[in-house]
Design a protein around this ligand. Structure first.
Ligand code: NDP
Length: 246
């Protein structure tokens, strides 16, 4: 451990679920970690307190991913407070499943703003601060790779868009030694998708392993990508999905 000593990470949506697990794992590895949140101030503060208890610097920043000014301000504030930025994890996301006929314009805007525009704007703002061996990881979804059931058109559109962002930015930032990667979780037990929820059995049936994953499973892969051992992986899509997309 302590592979990320001296590194500063920003994890969006770090108050719960996969983002919380990523934030705590990066702190375990030695990084100072700032997390953003939208409504869960107490939970975000609790994550920051756990990071501080590990002897790292932790910080919870309220920043609505749907608001470009709040996104930019969050990146600037973290870089200023911690004096540098090495790792950006674009995790905050809006889940959405509904038939296309029942999907309104407000739904389209919200999902694309949070799942597509925000990762783009976070990356854009971070590029100005990232160290020359910096890391960007975005959390996509297995639903961008396999349309296993109907109702995913908006969510899959949003998660497929970040494939383009990842590949193109990997090419653009490669000369600086910055890697850019995408992790596609399968069904992971979180508030967004509880393993005891009504569609859990249905979702499990699409995986090769026959069940849900844990947020820590995704965090382990993110930790590998952002650590020194991930230095030669860029522009990649890595599934942590129990075989959902095979
Ligand atoms: P949760 O709903 O459990 O947690 C979402 C996190 O994102 C929370 O920290 C939440 O903050 C934050 N967030 C949501 N909207 C905003 C916003 N507008 N601005 C700032 N923060 C926001 O989700 P998961 O942990 O399950 O999902 C994390 C990522 O993984 C998402 O991108 C999701 O699409 C993706 N994913 C999840 C899968 C799953 O099965 N769970 C499968 C595939 C992909 P707050 O607590 O303040 O609301």
């Amino acid at each position: 451990l302590a592979k990320l000593d001296g590194r500063v990470a920003l994890v969006t949506g770090g108050s719960r679920g996969i983002g919380e697990a990523v934030a705590l794992r990066l702190a375990e590895e030695g990084a100072d970690v700032a997390v953003t949140y939208l409504g869960s101030a107490e939970r975000a503060e609790a994550v920051a307190a756990k990071i501080t208890a590990m002897g790292r610097r932790g910080w919870a920043v309220r920043a609505d991913s749907a608001d470009p000014q709040e996104v930019r301000a969050a990146v600037a504030a973290v870089a200023e407070r911690f004096g540098r930025l090495d790792i950006l994890v674009n995790n905050a996301g809006a889940g959405f499943v509904a038939p296309i006929e029942e999907t309104g314009l407000a739904d389209v805007d919200r999902v694309l703003d949070v799942n597509v525009r925000a990762p783009y704007l976070y990356a854009q703002a971070a590029v100005a601060h990232l160290a020359d061996d910096g890391r960007i990881v975005t959390i996509g979804s297995c639903m961008a790779k396999r349309a296993a059931f109907p109702g995913g058109s908006l969510y899959a559109t949003s998660k497929a868009a970040v494939i383009g962002l990842t590949k193109s930015l990997a090419r653009e930032l490669g000369p600086r030694g910055i890697t850019v990667n995408l992790v596609h979780p399968g069904p992971i037990d979180t508030d967004m998708n509880p393993a005891d929820g009504p569609s859990a059995g249905f979702q499990s049936g699409f995986t090769a392993l026959g069940g849900f994953g844990r947020a820590a499973d995704v965090a382990a892969t993110v930790a590998h990508l952002v650590g020194a051992e991930g230095r030669y992986i860029t522009g990649a899509e890595i599934a942590v999905d129990g075989g959902f997309a095979v």
